[in-house]
Design a protein around this ligand. Structure first.
Ligand code: NAD
Length: 299
């Protein structure tokens, strides 16, 4: 199998001053990419360490949570490195509250960095990738965003939004050779330490190093990236998927609230599930198609 390498490729990793972002910057640089280490804190130290290890790297302290900061990061990368081939949207802030005590300021901060920042940077990089007919983008979701989690309203809403953005961006990117995927990572980092118990943090420190997330990210950033529009669950040695499925459901064009309740087991039956790649594909397959194929011959 051909080794995955990034020679001649320019990669941006946001939030790479520590934690997972740093490990992505390191693996991409170790495999030949010119890496722009972006973070509002500490990007210089990481870029220096990468150069000391023999890699190519420059630091950017642009704040990606604003349109001007995000555009500034892309303009800076183009000017310094001559283009953008790979973008890892990793920066986020974690704040964790329930609906009862969440402050508007918390919600807006978490959304601005995690969701708006992902949008601003991707939007600024998109025309460059589209014009060159090549791009690899990784976005960062979370189990909280797809599956839910207690006391994490702001964070879950942000990460759920990133998932929807990734799915639609993947569809938009296909004609341009831009592949977009996302990950739900699990790794011991300063962010993880801030929201798990001490006991769990100790477990993560041993079981879940960032080096067990970065290989998948490198694959998704590479020319050999095998898919687009997928969301992966990665950490502690496992690589899998978290993705929505559509079930067969209950079909009746004379349905009433009572008949839906009567057929609730069919509505919620998960025995037959399909992972469609778009909302349109799902609607056509389970709704309109069933009508056309005679499930409802009289209507
Ligand atoms: N660690 C985990 O187990 C875990 C689980 C699920 C999701 N995630 C996600 O993975 C990503 C990385 O998480 P981490 O655990 O390494 O977090 P971290 O807090 O250790 O690192 C995030 C980095 O983003 C930077 N950042 C914050 N605001 C920024 C801004 N406006 N512009 C540029 N940089 C900014 C921070 O300074 C920080 O260095 C995040 O998107 C996080 O939500 C992590």
């Amino acid at each position: 199998m051909r080794n995955i390498n990034f020679s001649g490729r320019v990669a941006i990793v946001t939030g790479a001053g520590r934690g997972l972002g740093r490990s992505y910057a390191e693996i991409l640089a170790a495999r030949g990419a010119i890496v722009v280490v972006n973070d509002v804190t500490n990007p210089g130290e990481v870029a220096d360490a990468i150069r000391d290890a023999g890699g190519s790297s420059i630091a950017s302290d642009h704040d990606i949570s604003t349109p001007t900061g995000a555009k500034g990061l892309i303009d800076f990368t183009e000017a310094q490195c001559g283009g953008v081939d790979v973008l890892v949207n990793n920066a986020a802030v974690g704040r964790y509250s329930s609906f009862l005590n969440v402050e508007i300021e918390e919600y807006e901060l978490v959304r601005r960095v995690g969701l708006d920042g992902t949008f601003y940077v991707t939007r600024a990089a998109w025309p460059i990738m589209a014009a060159q007919g090549y791009g690899r983008i990784v976005m960062t979701t979370s189990g909280h965003g797809l599956l839910g989690g207690r006391d994490s309203i702001s964070y879950s809403a942000t990460k759920g939004g990133v998932f929807g953005m990734m799915r639609s961006a993947a569809l938009d990117g296909k004609p341009f050779g831009i592949m977009v995927n996302s990950i739900c990572p699990a790794a011991y980092t300063p962010m993880a330490e801030s929201y798990v118990s001490e006991e769990w943090a100790e477990k993560m420190r041993v079981e879940s190093p960032t080096s067990l997330v970065s290989p998948l990210v490198a694959l998704l950033c590479s020319e050999q990236c095998p898919t687009t529009g997928a969301n992966f669950d990665v950490g502690s040695g496992r690589v899998g998927m978290v993705t929505p499925f559509t079930n067969a459901g209950y079909y009746d064009r004379d349905q009433t609230p009572e008949s839906i309740l009567e057929h609730w087991s069919e509505v919620t039956d998960t025995a037959v599930q399909t992972a469609y790649t778009s909302s349109r594909e799902s609607t056509e397959a389970v709704g309109i198609a069933r009508r056309r194929t005679g499930a409802d011959a009289t209507h």
